[in-house]
Design a protein around this ligand. Structure first.
Ligand SMILES: *Cc1c(COP(=O)(O)O)cnc(C)c1O
Length: 374
């Protein structure tokens, strides 16, 4: 068998231990005589699986009792619409929602929300005209124009494409006007570190980066934000209805929930999110050190305090070397390193399932490649 070091931004690597357990249980899940894919979502086996997944997630993220955990579908992209459908569309016409734009994903979230209701750009740090690095930092407090009556304030706490991460939940929360719920797209760094969930009214994440297989979307929402949707909302789009039905108004993505549950158990065996944070910091530090020590051969444009521990984009200063770098990396067993099509260059995603040894292999290759191109 041949397994590569997989740096893909998403769908991304899963822990080998989890895949082996899936393989082991595939034909006969714990004596059920069939796979999880083939069993009723209403039966006692699957009910046990989804309840255990939620309980483990609650333990990992220390989720307070007044927050609901929803296992949904449609990806983070559907949340770009579902959030305003639930939290904005039911309010009076003059109310709007605030968006802070720190990268491609928060910009998309704002554009999609415009289709649903009134939105305001409360800040943007985009530098127009820069090709590869239009977003390189978070806004400073003085750059924010926040509406104290906003329906909510939306942020993306880790911009997957630009590699800009918000590391301090409390510092962000300190900006937010009293009573305005903070909503965050955490798709690409959820479960990478402990989270002060209390600061947020709602968080969401597509599963395929740091949770499990594509097809599952996680929403964690404070109960007081339920029931704000207008009467005409499609049933399946209504957070309150989904919460009342235990995410099972219709058939949920059962296999993806099962695999996510195995990932949660794996995270607990690793020592939980504080332990993951320590290893994720170490992995990121190793790669940033290699970039910064390369005397400009490799470059990452992001401000030091906003550099992502999960997604690390970098460019090669010498033009025309990208294709050779990527081809040789692939030949060395280092996959998924091509930068997003909108920014080019290289991107290494160091999600939880990427071990330190994988990052060491990448750094070794990078140093070697630089030495061979003096
Ligand atoms: C990948 C990603 C998305 C889009 O996710 P889908 O599940 O494909 O809709 C949105 N936001 C962020 C931050 C992402 O990383």
């Amino acid at each position: 068998m041949h397994r590569v070091w997989n740096f893909s931004a998403g769908p991304a690597a899963l822990p080998t231990e989890v895949l082996l357990q899936v393989q082991e249980e595939l034909l006969d899940w714990q004596g059920a005589g069939c796979s999880v894919m083939e069993m009723s979502h209403r039966g006692k086996e699957f009910t046990g699986i989804i309840e255990a997944a939620e309980a483990d997630l609650r333990e990992l993220l220390d989720i307070p009792a007044d927050y609901e955990v929803l296992f949904l579908q449609g990806g983070a992209t559907l949340q770009f619409a579902q959030v305003p459908m639930n939290l904005l569309a039911g309010l009076a016409d003059e109310q709007s929602a605030d968006y802070i734009v720190t990268g491609a994903w928060s910009k998309k979230a704002l554009q999609e929300a415009r289709r649903i209701g009134q939105v305001r750009q409360a800040a943007s740090v985009e530098v127009k005209g820069e090709v590869a690095d239009g977003f390189t930092r978070l806004p400073r407090a003085g750059e924010l124009d926040l509406d104290p009556d906003a329906a909510y304030l939306h942020v993306c706490t880790n911009e997957t494409i630009h590699g800009v991460e918000l590391h301090d939940d409390a510092a962000l929360a300190a900006w937010v006007p009293a009573g305005v719920p903070l909503v965050a797209d955490m798709s690409s760094h959820i479960l990478s570190r402990p989270l002060a969930l209390r600061h947020y009214g709602l968080i969401y994440a597509g599963a395929q980066k740091n949770i499990g297989p594509a097809g599952l979307t996680l929403v964690i929402v404070r109960q007081d934000l339920l029931g704000r949707a207008p009467a005409g909302i499609p049933t399946l789009m209504d957070y309150q209805v989904m919460a009342e039905n235990g995410s099972m108004l219709n058939t949920p993505p059962t296999f993806a929930i099962y695999v996510a549950g195995l990932v949660f158990q794996w995270l607990k065996r690793q020592g939980g999110l504080a332990a993951m944070q320590a290893i994720n910091r170490e992995k990121a530090a190793l790669l940033y050190a290699a970039i910064d020590a390369s005397q400009g051969f490799y470059q990452n444009p992001v401000a030091a305090d906003c550099r992502s521990f999960m997604n690390i984009p970098f460019t090669l200063a010498r033009p025309g070397l990208d294709a050779e770098f990527l081809a040789q990396a692939r030949a060395a067993g280092l996959l998924g390193l091509k930068g997003h099509k909108s920014v080019g260059g290289v991107r290494a995603s160091l999600y939880n399932a990427m071990p330190l040894d994988g990052v060491r292999a990448l750094v070794h290759f990078m140093n070697d490649f630089a030495a061979r191109h003096p």
